[in-house]
Design a protein around this ligand. Structure first.
Ligand code: ZN
Length: 387
């Protein structure tokens, strides 16, 4: 997959036009994967014959003679969905800032929801970063809990909880971000210190300078690093000396939450890691244009998640997670997410003005006046509604 060819579209309209014909998609992928000359996946022979009117290939090695298609060994392998449907799906998931739900994808592409769901998970799985490059320099670390409230669950689930006495746990996600660099999101099996430290050690270079909140488990982790600064949220401290804060990672958690609230509505902890991969990938490729991101994703298709792997029990509870914060329509109107801005850049986002006020200690009416354009700044920051 080293051969990068020019992606023949700039937007969705051009993509649909360019890849409307299945043979065009096959030819494109042959060029992309094999520089136009197929390689046998079974014996690596580069002798080949075109069969079935160019749809498939036959190995030219007399010891092998196996037949194969261009999708062999990729996320498209063994799928009855044509490439002309897969390509727009790749585009939707990568270009839409909050992702796309399987229901929406099914409607957009005229396929059934279960198929769309499986396609999206295959794509997400391929987006997981497989290279283990450590995060360096200034690294912000924080955790977030994603999980449902019992009162939001169906009667059936509530009855099951009553019967078994097993309360569904919220699932913990550790977020690590290199300031002005890459993001890592990892699901922690539980909130024990050993698990958190293992995740941090796996992702963050020992020479890094850590920034966290005052959470106890980070104190001992910080001792293994070059330096460790923490801000005390309990004492309403959010930014110290202008650069000691965890606002960048909290902004990412805002994105993750909104992706779950606004698009996915509910999802299972079992699959949460893949949603994290998706958010992580989009964040880390934020500088790319939509067609460049599509090309980048094609570079990752050489792996496949099978239905069996997707549905097997990975130890995480099968309870459905429902969003913690639902946008409510009440007397005060709809809750709107707000962004905290510093020097023209978004440094954090919050689900509502009230929550921004609680988190930053700035008074809500002051924040409200800034977002409504009645004053310029509050608490040293500019504020605006999240679009
Ligand atoms: Zn062969």
């Amino acid at each position: 997959m080293q051969n990068k060819q020019t992606i023949p579209f700039k937007n969705l309209k051009e993509l649909i036009r360019e890849f409307s014909d299945e043979q065009k998609c096959i030819d494109f992928l042959v060029q992309y994967r094999w520089h136009g000359s197929p390689v046998c996946p079974y014996c690596n022979s580069n002798k080949w014959y075109s069969i079935e009117k160019g749809k498939r290939f036959k190995c030219g090695n007399s010891q092998c003679y196996k037949k194969y298609s261009v999708t062999v060994g990729t996320i498209f392998h063994g799928s009855h969905i044509p490439l002309s449907t897969w390509f727009p799906a790749l585009y939707f998931l990568s270009a839409h800032k909050k992702g796309i739900s399987s229901c929406q994808l099914a409607r957009d592409l005229g396929i059934c929801q279960k198929t769309a769901w499986f396609m999206l998970h295959r794509i997400r799985e391929s987006l997981r970063s497989k290279d283990s490059i450590f995060l360096k320099n200034l690294v912000e670390i924080d955790e977030v809990y994603i999980g449902g409230r019992i009162k939001n669950m169906s009667n059936k689930k509530r009855a099951a909880i009553k019967e078994t006495g097993n309360l569904p746990d919220k699932t913990m996600i550790i977020g690590m971000i290199e300031r002005d660099g890459e993001l890592r999101l990892e699901v922690s099996p539980n909130s024990q210190k050993d698990n958190i430290s293992a995740i941090v050690y796996k992702n963050v270079d020992k020479k890094a300078k850590l920034m966290t909140d005052g959470e106890g488990s980070y104190i001992s982790i910080g001792k293994h690093y070059k330096s460790h600064e923490s801000v005390n949220h309990v004492a309403n401290e959010y930014v110290r000396d202008g650069f000691i804060h965890t606002n960048t990672i909290e902004g990412v958690f805002g994105l993750l939450r909104r992706s779950i609230i606004g698009v996915y509505h509910k999802l299972s902890p079992k699959h949460l890691a893949r949603y994290c991969d998706e958010v992580q990938y989009r964040y880390n490729s934020r500088e790319l244009k939509d067609n460049e991101r599509f090309e980048n994703m094609l570079g990752k298709i050489e792996s496949r998640l099978t239905w069996k792997d997707l549905t097997k029990d990975n130890g995480l509870s099968k309870t459905v997670i429902e969003p913690k914060i639902e946008p409510k329509i009440g007397k005060q109107g709809r809750k709107r997410a707000v962004c905290q801005m510093l020097n023209g850049e978004i440094i954090a986002t919050y689900p509502s003005i009230i929550e921004a006020a609680i988190a930053t200690g700035i008074k809500a009416p002051a924040l409200s006046r800034v977002v409504r354009g009645l004053r310029n700044s509050s608490g040293g920051y500019h504020w605006k509604y999240f679009e």
